[in-house]
Write a protein of this length. Structure first.
Length: 147
């Protein structure tokens, strides 16, 4: 099954049942961001979590099987930066961009996060397995205007 078909079926079932990504993630036993990303075709779920997602959505075993298949991350990308750090940020958007959009719209409604009324902090977080980069982005929500 194509990931685009999988995503379409999941979105239809999610809407029909009035479920949130948080509820689906809770059923899967995984994080909201990762579960959403997998449902949008950018990640794969372990078989047990995939079965729980399919059951929660009232979908069959073919959906659970498709959720376990590896994704071609960022398949829709048109250009890729050659600078390694910039490429990684592009990769994050390719893989999680749809997830970010879906979660922000579910929590706030249709709109965007401002890049003007915006702050970002970068922290070094010591970790015995290797230091971590912690990036916090904080932008004002800008709802789309209707008229």
């Amino acid at each position: 099954m194509k990931k685009s078909t999988l995503t379409e079926l999941i979105l239809e079932a999610k809407k029909a049942q009035g479920l949130t990504w948080a509820a689906i993630a809770t059923a899967a036993g995984l994080s909201e961001v990762y579960t959403t990303s997998a449902c949008l075709g950018e990640n794969a779920l372990p078989p047990e979590a995939a079965a729980k997602v399919a059951t929660t959505l009232g979908l069959g075993p073919e959906i659970a099987a498709a959720l376990t298949e590896y994704a071609n991350k960022g398949e829709a990308a048109s250009t890729v930066s050659k600078e390694p750090l910039q490429y990684r940020f592009q990769e994050i958007i390719y893989v999680y961009g749809g997830t970010l959009k879906a979660l922000i719209e579910e929590k706030f409604g249709p709109g965007i996060m401002s890049a003007i009324d915006f702050t970002m902090d970068i922290e070094k977080v010591p970790d015995p397995k290797g230091d971590r980069v912690k990036i916090t982005m904080n932008g004002k929500f800008l709802g789309y205007k209707t008229w």
